[in-house]
Design a protein around this ligand. Structure first.
Ligand SMILES: [Zn+2]
Length: 343
């Protein structure tokens, strides 16, 4: 199935412009200095320390959610290009030749890892990428895909390997405590690529982690109002395993952990029976997935889809989930609202 690809979002151009403006101002200041130009004392033209003199470093993030985290930590020093933009699906993505050029020019590249970007190794090779590569889930609390649900393993082309070992669920960003780990890894990676900016990255990371702690507490408060037995949700694919574990919610889905697979008729029928038996009232489509399957399940169960969740992608700018913090808030409000509305 072809997937929507978008041109990389180019962000934080303003730093370059600020740099230019500073250079022009400095040149003007120099040209208007009285006396002999050659005799000007260096101390008289020292640039203000607060203005970053170094050009912006270029970073690439594999998908929109990670791109936002990199932006939060990088601030104005870092230009962030995102490969898989808002609304696009990283599971089935195919990089463009232009994006290989963008990657080749970057000093630091961030990926999620855990098999999320199956196309990354080939992209790095074709771009002959030599910069820093940061796997944002390094040292994160990783969950295995659920092998007992009968569909998670259908996504992988490892026929014959059977149940050699459980694969990791890549959607680690859906638990806010894991986002702390992403942010620390991002700060480390930016420091490696740009030592001069390290203090600023560490400071931004610390400030942002404080925001994430508030976010995490807010999610816990929202769920605390709902008895655990009622916290049951149907979504298109298994993207919320980490959210489920962190916040005590049960998610069921007709697809596995990847959107690459087709849901089997048997899997869908089983889910329909389960929804009826367990009286599940919260049915959601995901922004990156075809809503048809969820709509079919809605018809067969009499449960109306309650809205859209953002799992693997942010919304376009100005949408309800155009940053990581807004995405988690939007999903939490939508989920708890759907369950509470139909009690
Ligand atoms: Zn996914």
């Amino acid at each position: 199935m072809p997937c929507p690809t978008r041109p990389p979002a180019t962000l934080h151009r303003s730093n370059t412009l600020t740099g230019l403006a500073t250079a022009v101002t400095t040149a003007l200041a120099l040209s208007t200095l009285p006396g002999h130009a050659t005799a000007a004392a260096p101390t008289a033209v020292t640039a203000p320390a607060a203005t970053p003199k170094a050009p912006a470093i270029q970073a690439v993030a594999s998908f929109s959610i990670l791109g936002d985290l990199v932006r939060q930590v990088g601030g104005e020093r870092v230009q962030v290009d995102v490969l898989v933009g808002p609304g696009a699906d990283a599971h089935v993505y195919q990089p463009t030749p232009t994006q290989a050029k963008t990657v080749a020019k970057a000093q630091v590249l961030f990926s999620n890892g855990l098999g999320f970007e199956g196309w990354m190794a080939r992209l790095l090779k074709s771009a002959n990428y030599k910069g820093t590569h940061v796997v944002a889930t390094q040292d994160a609390d990783v969950l295995a895909q659920d092998a007992d649900d009968g569909h998670a393993h259908a996504t992988h082309k490892d026929h014959g390997h059977g149940k050699a070992h459980a694969k990791a669920d890549p959607h680690a960003w859906q638990s806010v405590p894991n986002a702390f780990v992403y942010v620390r890894n991002i700060a480390k990676g930016l420091c490696d690529a740009d030592a001069e900016g390290c203090d600023s990255y560490q400071k931004n990371a610390a400030t942002y982690i404080e925001q994430l702690k508030t976010l995490d507490a807010g999610v816990r408060t929202a769920w605390a109002a709902i008895p655990v037995g009622q916290r049951k949700v149907i979504t298109s694919h298994d993207a919320f395993g980490y959210y489920a574990k962190a916040y005590g919610v049960t998610f069921m889905s007709p697809l596995g952990v990847s959107t690459e697979s087709e849901a089997s008729a048997k899997g869908v029928a089983k889910l329909v029976r389960q929804i009826k038996a367990e009286n599940v009232k919260a049915l959601f489509v995901e922004a990156i997935s075809n809503p048809r399957l969820i709509e079919q399940i809605g018809r067969e169960t009499g449960v109306r889809p309650a809205g859209e969740l953002y799992s693997d992608s942010l919304s376009p700018p100005g949408g309800p989930a155009d940053s990581y913090v807004k995405m988690i808030r939007h999903n939490t409000t939508a989920l708890t609202g759907a369950i509470q509305a139909k009690k």
